[in-house]
Design a protein around this ligand. Structure first.
Ligand SMILES: [Ca+2]
Ligand SMILES: [Ca+2]
Ligand SMILES: [Ca+2]
Length: 399
């Protein structure tokens, strides 16, 4: 498992997707950088400089050095207001999913930074990493343009004794939202983009809804895309929290393919409210990129695309389409009249007598409905059925 993960991580490069988000943990925005290849510091002195935000200002300098009889592996905060999560006065060993936030104890050390590993040839040791430690985290707080950001660095230490150890720097990430916490090891799925919805058929349901979108620039942390159909009236307030809460019956899951996606929904596809997708309702579509919890931690974060164009499905067929595909039964009728149309749509039906007197009017969004005609006088009636593009009439006999 771990080996696969490391292999997967090797090809990952920096993600800096621009996505408009609001504050809060669920809407976190994590910028991840792989160290490719993992960098092992095993000669004295050697170092690796970490620039979390890619602004050219080094934030943390990881280094091993010897000033005999002392040997040290350190994390040196070098950026403005940078500091490291500490236990005692040494770099703390954080586990996957430990929260890095304002609540931690941070220490800013001066010239050499904080010890992970240190000791002397007389056998004294200092620090919390003086052993074989695989894939643990250094928590960091640093400054971007005067605001505080939290991040993690994944580190392994191979330790024989105090003058025979190495530190391996594997990857790092930070929370792009100022003052917002990050979980150690937490990553975020990249975002699908440029969604285009098109009406491609004449079924009056999801079979007419084609969605095309560009795959995320990096699919490393994406388990599946979820296509979500949102009524336009609700689209402005639809956000990552809402998308995460949508029931599995009400989105379409698509596995990443390594290519851009084009797909058509099904006749059973619902919008996010659980309503069938039908004609004459304005929708906007979204794609949620879902990251599996198993990749690195239990705190990985999904990403929501920007909305698609607005799409309103409709029939472009004329009156003959309805006329030839209508089924009214039984006829003559004495109790319940069934009305079945070939395609679901928004229909209005009226039952009138031959004088034009109106007895029943009903609207429905479906390909089927019933009328209860109990109590109506026996005789000949006219059933008028219309949608937004056509109208037709049928004779009904009540017996
Ligand atoms: Ca920087
Ligand atoms: Ca790496
Ligand atoms: Ca259509």
């Amino acid at each position: 498992m771990k080996k696969n993960l490391l292999e997967k991580l090797k090809n990952y490069s920096k993600t800096a997707a621009a996505l408009a988000v609001v504050g809060g943990t669920a809407n976190a925005q994590i910028v991840y950088t792989d160290v490719d290849a993992d960098t092992t510091l095993n000669t004295f002195p050697s170092n690796y400089e970490i620039d979390f935000d890619g602004d050219g200002v080094i934030d943390v300098n990881a280094q091993v050095l010897s000033n005999s009889p002392y040997y040290q592996g350190r994390m040196q905060p070098v950026g403005t207001n940078t500091s490291v999560v500490a236990s005692s006065t040494y770099v703390a060993v954080l586990n996957t999913s430990d929260l890095i936030s304002i609540s931690n104890s941070f220490v800013t050390s001066s010239t050499y930074g904080l010890n992970l590993v240190s000791g002397n040839t007389s056998g004294s040791t200092w620090g919390n990493w003086n052993s074989n430690i695989d894939d643990k985290y250094v928590g960091v707080k640093f400054d971007i343009s005067g605001t505080t950001h939290y991040g993690w660095i994944r580190v392994s230490v191979a330790y024989n004794d105090i003058n025979d150890f190495s530190m391996t720097i594997k990857d790092f990430a930070y929370q792009a939202i100022a003052d917002s916490a990050i979980y150690a090891g937490s990553v975020q799925a990249d975002t699908a983009y440029t969604l285009v919805a098109t009406d491609v058929d004449e079924n009056g349901n999801g079979l007419d809804m084609q969605i095309e979108f560009n795959m995320a620039a990096n699919e490393q942390f994406i388990e599946e895309y979820r296509v979500m159909v949102v009524k336009t009236a609700d689209a402005a307030t639809f956000n990552l929290d809402s998308a995460n809460a949508v029931d599995a019956a009400n989105y379409t899951a698509i596995a990443p393919t390594g290519s851009n996606i084009s797909t058509v929904l099904t006749d059973l596809s619902n919008d996010i409210d659980g309503d069938a997708i039908i004609n004459d309702v304005p929708y906007k579509l979204f794609v949620l990129s879902v990251t599996p919890d198993s990749v690195l931690s239990i705190n990985n974060i999904n990403s929501l695309s920007a909305e698609s164009n607005e799409i309103t499905l409709s029939f472009t067929t004329d009156i003959s389409k309805i006329e030839t595909n209508i089924n009214i039964y039984p006829n003559p009728v004495s109790n319940i009249l069934n009305i079945r149309l070939e395609k679901a749509d928004k229909y209005t039906i009226k039952l009138t007598n031959i004088l034009g007197e109106e007895f029943i009017i009903k609207e429905f969004n479906s390909d089927f409905t019933t009328l209860d005609i109990n109590g109506l006088t026996k005789g000949n009636y006219i059933l008028t059925i219309s949608n937004n593009v056509s109208i037709t009439t049928k004779q009904v006999v009540i017996k």
